[in-house]
Design a protein around this ligand. Structure first.
Ligand SMILES: *Cc1c(COP(=O)(O)O)cnc(C)c1O
Length: 369
């Protein structure tokens, strides 16, 4: 008989006991959305928790990307990474802009600053990097290039909830950073997201944009969209925020066990951890070198699946390999050798706070030979 399924992710959930009183309160207030009580509370709590000054809540993690490009009035070409979730490039496309793919650094999976510079043209106006798996980008090098060429930097920080360098958040890097609070992410509000900016004036513009562009009862200042977070999810998010530290601590323990067991397995590699970074352990990617390991990534993935251990080939295929984008000149494999290799070798192992010792043992025995 097959053992129970171990899923790649499992949502962090508040208890119903703690959520219910907040629901009752919302029922009494009869105010369900449009910057209500819990929306304000969650914005305040998240700003404090994350150590950022200006944060706007959204219904998901894709709309803040789209809105950030709108808010900064980006035109022309945007340099971005193919090694991410499709939403990163889609947000560029939805703004009628041209994505330009640049290869990644094998030690982080993030945009390689030197290759960013080589891809700049007179039409380039912005860079959209991703802190993939919560690994910080080379923020200083990217900013230096952006400053020299006068480019905006919008970070897709969907994986970087509360990631810090030397105890300081990385969410204030660049001009703006976005977060996703999707159910599968480290911190969730069921669906949800946020846009972090640097000043009150920009936050105001973002808040107009996420509410159809309304700046007053009868004033519309921009072609905005509707991406406001509702009261129920904001209340749920407040409950979940109480559990995020212990959830990240539990993930860290899982990561430590994986790392210890896989360090000397020939043909399996992992990212190195930096001593100065506080990680959130949102994912645990391993890379399978077929020649050294003996079987391919897909063979290992299938072998795990047969035993009800569900990994995820994340990120595979590359965004640049999807039919919509593969015609772009920058999408060629020759332009993206590192990202192409990573996409062919990666498996994200199950990673969530509720994995037991037995689960971890079961997963590891399938990989360690
Ligand atoms: C999850 C994710 C998004 C999109 O977030 P949603 O909340 O699902 O819309 C964007 N970028 C990256 C890198 C993601 O992982």
């Amino acid at each position: 008989m097959k053992k129970d399924i171990i899923t790649v992710t499992s949502p962090l959930l508040p208890s119903l006991e703690e959520f219910e009183p907040l629901l009752k309160d919302i029922w009494e207030r009869k105010w369900l959305t449009n910057n209500g009580h819990y929306h304000k509370e969650l914005e305040k709590a998240l700003a404090e928790y994350l150590g950022v000054e200006y944060i706007s809540l959204f219904t998901n993690g894709t709309l803040p990307l789209i809105t950030a490009l709108q808010a900064m009035r980006i035109t022309g070409e945007v340099i971005t990474t193919p090694y991410s979730f499709v939403a990163t490039t889609h947000s560029i496309w939805w703004n009628g802009l041209k994505p330009v793919f640049v290869d990644v650094d094998p030690t982080t999976g993030n945009l390689d600053p030197q290759k960013i510079e080589e891809a700049i043209t007179p039409k380039t106006t912005a860079i959209m990097p991703v802190h993939v798996y919560g690994n910080p980008c080379d923020i200083d090098a990217i900013q230096e290039i952006a400053d020299r060429y006068g480019l905006a930097v919008i970070y897709d920080a969907a994986h970087a909830f509360n990631v810090k360098i030397d105890g300081k958040t990385i969410l204030d890097a660049g001009d703006m950073s976005t977060l996703s609070f999707h159910a599968t992410k480290t911190y969730n509000t069921v669906e949800g997201g946020a846009l972090i900016c640097r000043d009150a004036r920009t936050k105001k513009r973002i808040d107009y944009l996420k509410n159809f562009g309304f700046a007053g009862e009868t004033t519309v200042v921009a072609p905005g969209i509707n991406s406001k977070m509702d009261e129920i999810r904001a209340a749920y998010g407040l409950c979940n925020l109480k559990h995020i530290d212990s959830a990240i601590a539990a993930r860290k323990k899982v990561a430590q066990k994986y790392r210890a067991a896989l360090t000397n397995v020939t043909g399996i590699s992992m990212f190195n951890e930096r001593d100065d970074v506080t990680y959130n352990y949102s994912y645990f990617p391993i890379f399978v070198n077929e020649k050294e390991y003996g079987i391919s990534r897909d063979a290992l993935y299938e072998k795990m699946k047969e035993q009800n251990v569900l990994g995820r080939r994340y990120f595979y295929p590359l965004i640049s390999d999807f039919a919509i984008y593969r015609g772009l000149p920058s999408a060629s494999k020759e332009n993206l050798p590192v990202a192409t290799r990573m996409a062919n070798e990666v498996i994200c192992l199950p990673m969530h706070a509720s994995l037991t010792e037995d689960d971890i043992e079961r997963i590891l025995t399938l990989i360690v030979k």
